[in-house]
Design a binder for this molecule. Structure first.
Ligand SMILES: *[C@@H]1O[C@H](CO)[C@@H](O)[C@H](O)[C@H]1NC(C)=O
Ligand SMILES: *[C@@H]1O[C@H](CO)[C@@H](O)[C@H](O)[C@H]1NC(C)=O
Ligand SMILES: *[C@@H]1O[C@H](CO)[C@@H](O)[C@H](O)[C@H]1NC(C)=O
Ligand SMILES: *[C@@H]1O[C@H](CO)[C@@H](O)[C@H](O)[C@H]1NC(C)=O
Length: 387
């Protein structure tokens, strides 16, 4: 008990001493067209925090650095901050005003990014901010925090909390932890992901699996003596990619990505093994996907040598999107919302700055206008959710 107290005192002293935004921005370098009622000081704070977050590499499984810094930053702002220990030294961060961690509304986004890291830089005329995570998802993290701090005085204890999770881009460990270990009862969850500051209508679910073909090696001059695993895999993948997939009026077509393929041992050997990953985006009818794969295996020559290792899959998700003053957008990607199935909130909302079309690419950027507008958007969504 005593030790914990000393440790936590020590921690708070440390956090006060840390200089959080070491490399402060100069607002004159940034160009934007509208301030959405935010003072220059607040806009500086926004760009500062955003730069601070983007400058810390945080590829999935390596989020400890950014987590520690963000923990300190939020404490420094006077919030109550808790770490949710996800394992292997990784943690989500829950922050809230006052002493009640159970809130009506949760504002959440993720602090991990896809690889590789790209450093922060500002376009020549100051309108675009480039670098890994500028949009996905540190644009949302920064604008959610600034929005929250800006309306803190309006909020009562138990109204709104912030949750910044790890692993969203790979494995989903952060929200899996929440789903399994947190006794949550949020009425509304506002997820921050790049939606071009529009309200996400919904997104596809997913179905993932792996194909493993076991053949038999032989001299390439005597194919009849072997079983060519590569050949079987190629035919299977060709047939699967030609297969029609379930369609939904709102979410559109389901799709398939074969992201990894491997096979064989040498150019002059009949390949004894081959494997591929299957990643479907599911627009509807999740149950049909195992059957599609199975029936394609049956239609493939040598299909009996194919082993399919398939998962459970995730159904499509729909968000609340009928809120005045917001445009709507349909999205092709998944979010943490798929993990929150134990006690689904009354409302889930998906909203954030930047476009998914540049996220995950080397050209990732967010515009200064989008970041500022998102602060306004989040404030309006919080107020709407507390009505
Ligand atoms: C900034 O440069 C981009 C091209 O990189 C251009 O499209 C945009 O209009 C410029 N904006 C301003 C305010 O100069
Ligand atoms: C709030 O704290 C209690 C006690 O530590 C815990 O059981 C619960 O899961 C927490 N709720 C949230 C939303 O973090
Ligand atoms: C694929 O099959 C081979 C041979 O049967 C086996 O050694 C390997 O573990 C399998 N791979 C997976 C991912 O199941
Ligand atoms: C959906 O897929 C079908 C083929 O399976 C294609 O003809 C159609 O154009 C696609 N629709 C959209 C909206 O992409």
């Amino acid at each position: 008990m005593r030790l914990t107290l000393i440790a936590s005192l020590f921690q708070s002293v440390l956090s006060l001493q840390t200089s959080f935004l070491t490399d402060s921005i100069n607002l004159q370098d940034y160009t934007f067209t509208e301030n959405y009622g935010l003072s220059d000081e607040k806009i500086s704070q926004l760009f500062d925090l955003h730069k601070f977050l983007v400058s810390i590499p945080s590829v999935s499984y390596h989020e400890q650095g950014i987590g520690g810094k963000l923990f300190g930053y939020l404490r420094h702002k006077g919030l109550n901050v808790e770490k949710q220990d996800v394992g292997q030294g990784r943690f989500n961060i829950l922050a809230y005003k006052g002493s009640i961690n159970e809130t009506k509304v949760l504002l959440t986004s993720h602090i991990d990014t896809v690889p590789p890291f790209f450093p922060y830089y500002l376009s020549d005329n100051g309108t675009k901010i480039h670098g890994r995570g500028t949009t996905d998802d540190k644009g949302s993290v920064a604008s959610q925090i600034i929005a929250y701090l800006d309306i803190l005085d309006e909020l009562d204890d138990g109204d709104v909390s912030l949750l910044f999770d790890v692993g969203e881009e790979n494995g989903g460990d952060g929200f899996k932890y929440v789903a399994e270990h947190i006794d949550y009862r949020w009425d509304t969850i506002i997820y921050g992901e790049p939606t071009e500051n529009k309200l996400g209508i919904g997104h596809k679910g997913g179905y993932h699996g792996a194909i493993n073909v076991t053949g038999k090696a032989a001299h390439s001059g005597y194919p009849e003596l072997g079983i060519n695993a590569n050949k079987i895999l190629i035919e299977f993948l060709y047939k699967l990619q030609s297969h029609e997939l379930p369609y939904d009026n709102i979410l559109g077509n389901s799709s398939l990505n074969v992201g990894l393929i491997g096979g064989g041992v040498a150019g002059n050997v009949i390949s004894p093994n081959a494997a591929a990953t299957l990643a479907f985006r599911v627009a509807s009818d999740l149950e049909s996907f195992p059957h599609i794969v199975q029936s394609t295996i049956e239609q493939t020559t040598g299909g009996e040598h194919i082993e399919f290792i398939g998962g459970k899959g995730i159904s499509p998700i729909y968000f609340k999107n009928d809120i005045e003053g917001f445009e709507k957008i349909i999205l092709g990607y998944g979010t943490d919302a798929s993990a929150v199935t134990k006690t689904p909130p009354k409302n889930s909302i998906l909203y954030g700055p930047g476009s998914i079309h540049v996220a995950h690419s080397a050209e990732e950027f967010v515009s200064t206008d989008d970041l500022i507008e998102a602060v306004d958007g989040y404030k309006r969504l919080i107020r709407e959710s507390l009505k």
